[in-house]
Design a protein around this ligand. Structure first.
Ligand SMILES: *Cc1c(COP(=O)(O)O)cnc(C)c1O
Length: 308
């Protein structure tokens, strides 16, 4: 059973609706496109970050962790969610942040600091080093404070095996409402995609959209998170070409697309993840990538705080 403090915290969350989108493009290509609104589950916590953190933090609380330690970039939705959750739970939080501290903190870091997270800015090389540490109780000696009892390490983006179970709950919710053929999701670390693949019980196809450039390694990373029976890539793939120059990079095409989408559907996107996924998805639909009659579900993973 989930730790009592997380059951209490979960009362703040709303069920995310599944709604169908309509447009002439979809009609012409005879595909159905649905959107799972995980951007609406909480006013502060980004959708997939809660899903990923839920069972990792459950483990942390059950082994009596008193401090969560993690890492991220200066606009990290993961740290933003973790800092807020830490405050709600009364658990101390510490973050290693890539790069030097700017004179004025951006709105993401400002929030994080207001919620009591301790910020430690580190060099890019140290950041790369920390990236390799995935276990909750292991860090390089130099970061040894975090090896003391009660400190719990969460890797970048909350990419743990325990994250898969929480993400899988999205599948249960969707399957109750719709018999879908394709599920689309944006990818950073690929953990969300892995959780979806791992949980699904029918014969659906999963399509990730990488937010990063040159992210061929994601196939391997996702495979490493999956248990054996799910490793076969006949059930999933990752689109690697809709990165727009790299992580958090954007251009006018992307921004125009997002504006058009928002006007047409009254749903806010952001350019780092959901904007790129929908751009890619619409491009593939236009190319006839999907068969007529197929039902596609795209997951809106949230992250709108980064738009500020
Ligand atoms: C972190 C994040 C992702 C990427 O999730 P991964 O599990 O790392 O692939 C996608 N969308 C949003 C909004 C995010 O904040």
């Amino acid at each position: 059973m989930l730790h009592a403090r997380l059951i209490e915290l979960e009362k703040q969350f709303k069920f995310s609706p599944l709604t169908q989108l309509f447009s002439s493009l979809l009609e012409q290509n005879q595909v159905e496109l649905w959107i799972k609104r995980d951007d609406l589950i909480h006013p502060v916590i980004s959708g997939n970050k809660w899903r990923k953190l839920k069972y990792t933090l459950d483990h942390a609380l059950k082994i009596n962790a008193h401090t969560f330690v993690s890492m991220g970039g200066t606009y990290s939705n993961h740290l933003h969610a973790l800092a807020f959750i830490g405050k709600q739970l009364g658990i101390k939080t510490v973050a290693y942040i890539r790069g030097e501290q700017a004179k004025v903190l951006n709105p993401t870091l400002q929030d994080i600091q207001n919620w009591g997270m301790e910020l430690r800015f580190i060099s890019r090389s140290d950041y790369r080093l920390l990236r390799q540490y995935k276990g909750h109780d292991k860090l390089p000696d130099r970061f040894s404070v975090d090896l003391q009892e009660g400190y719990y390490w969460l890797p970048e983006g909350g990419a743990t095996t325990l994250a898969l179970k929480g993400v899988g709950e999205i599948i249960f919710e969707i399957e109750k409402e719709l018999d879908f053929d394709i599920l689309a999701v944006p990818c950073g670390t690929g953990t969300t995609l892995a959780g979806l693949i791992e949980t699904e019980t029918k014969n659906s196809f999963f399509l990730g959209f990488s937010a990063l450039k040159g992210a061929g390694f994601l196939i391997n990373d996702v495979n490493n998170l999956l248990t054996n029976k799910r490793k076969s890539t006949t059930h999933w793939d990752i689109q690697l070409d809709y990165h727009f120059g790299g992580f958090a990079k954007r251009n006018d095409d992307l921004l125009l697309f997002i504006k058009g989408f928002e006007n047409e559907h009254q749903i806010e996107l952001e350019p780092v993840y959901s904007g790129k996924m929908f751009f890619g998805l619409f491009d593939l639909i236009e190319q006839g990538f999907f068969k007529p009659g197929q039902k596609i579900v795209a997951i809106h993973t949230g992250g709108l705080q980064g738009n500020r």
